[in-house]
Design a binder for this molecule. Structure first.
Ligand code: CNA
Length: 346
């Protein structure tokens, strides 16, 4: 492994070197790169069957159109959830991570840890598949929380796992066990309008220590995670593996963009590193060790869930429209009665 002084002289020697995947791989192989910081997003899980947010047509935001939400992110906004949790639970059944298996991209993160080069990983994903793939929990921050526990959004009372599973299976909103509270139960995922886990501030200090930043499967549109790649020191390579360019990656001389699917990208990276066999083996073990969670199988698809809640919301709108018309009629009758009374009548 290269010493700090060796690393500094190597860095000076590399100043004019053109960086590509091969250069990065050889620097990992010769021990110059030992601290890889990762930022992952929804794109590493789409191959596991979870749509991302922003991909046109296939992303969740486009598919939510039938719900006529004030804006698509509302479904994950705490203020909207606090009065209208139904759309969130209607889609939770189809999106629940209970019946999913890690992708080879998740396994690649575990392999980085196994090869002792994972300095730290930040994931914006809430599916927990990094843990299922074997990424050690002290090497990763679920910056937007995960589905592993839940509580009442209002009074914070914990809610049991079995009741939560039942609610999700039935597409119903679970409510606080304290009857006088009445708040909806929310999985411990970070909604828009909520703070990130307190560890985020501390852990982001690890980013400038990186000698490689790997950004995978993210549009870099959600702050503050989107800002992490900017904390990487100038001169340190940043490698993007994503369908499209994202954030400012590509603007620095030492940026490398590997455009295409994350799974293809990590396989190519593993080939360069000579780790391909290890990667495939690790992935196989991770997938085989997952027990089949058939509990959520056979349920309605995401689009069916969306259509169902859209019609329920339309129904509710009709009822409240009817109620509004009834009140308006009542008020105008009252007004007409008052106007037709003699002036002396009370
Ligand atoms: P996003 O804004 O939807 O962007 C996803 C990015 O990944 C886009 O740039 C896509 O082009 C790209 N992409 C999609 N599929 C692939 C693929 N197979 N290979 C390579 N690239 C791909 O999602 P972000 O993660 O950037 O946004 C952060 C949000 C998304 C966080 O709040 C997450 O909680 C939230 N999210 C999480 C999940 C999950 O847990 N699996 C799913 C959907 C959304």
């Amino acid at each position: 492994m290269a010493s700090q002084t060796e690393k500094m002289s190597q860095a000076t020697a590399h100043m004019d070197e053109k960086i590509d995947l091969q250069t990065i791989s050889s620097r990992i192989k010769n021990g110059e790169i030992t601290r890889v910081v990762v930022l992952a997003g929804a794109g590493i899980s789409t191959a596991a069957g979870i749509p991302d947010f922003r991909s046109p047509n296939t992303g969740l935001y486009d598919r939510l159109a039938p719900l006529n939400l004030p804006y698509p992110e509302a479904i994950f906004h705490i203020s909207y959830f606090s009065h209208t949790p139904e759309p969130f639970y209607a889609i939770a059944q189809a999106r629940h991570p209970g019946n999913l298996k890690p992708t080879i991209s998740h396994a690649f993160l575990a392999l980085l840890a196994k090869k002792n080069v994972l300095h730290f990983a930040f994931t914006q994903n809430i599916d927990g598949l990094e843990q299922d793939a074997g990424v050690p929990t002290d090497k990763i921050l679920w910056a937007h929380g995960n589905w592993k526990s839940q509580h009442c959004w209002k009074c914070k009372t914990e809610y049991p796992d079995d009741l939560m599973k039942k609610a999700i299976r039935e597409g119903e909103v679970p409510y606080c066990l304290k009857a006088e509270c009445g708040g909806a139960v929310k999985p411990n995922v970070v909604f828009f309008g909520q703070s990130l886990p307190f560890e985020f501030d501390e852990k982001q200090k690890l980013v400038p220590e990186a000698d490689l930043m790997l950004v995978m499967g993210t549009s870099l549109k959600v702050a503050p995670c989107s800002q992490l790649p900017r904390l990487v020191k100038e001169g340190t390579p940043r490698l993007l593996i994503n369908m499209e360019r994202s954030g400012d990656i590509g603007n620095r001389k030492e940026d490398v963009c590997l455009l295409g699917s994350c799974d293809q990208g990590v396989r190519k990276f593993a080939d360069e590193l000579g780790w391909r066999e290890d990667l495939e083996a690790l992935w196989k073990v991770a997938v085989d060790s997952m027990k089949d969670d058939r509990e959520f199988e056979g349920g309605p698809s995401l689009d069916e869930c969306i259509a169902r809640v859209a019609s329920q919301m339309d129904e509710r709108l009709k009822i409240s429209e009817g109620h509004k018309r009834m009140l308006e009629g009542h008020l105008s009758n009252k007004l007409a009665q008052i106007m037709s009374r003699p002036a002396s009548q009370p």
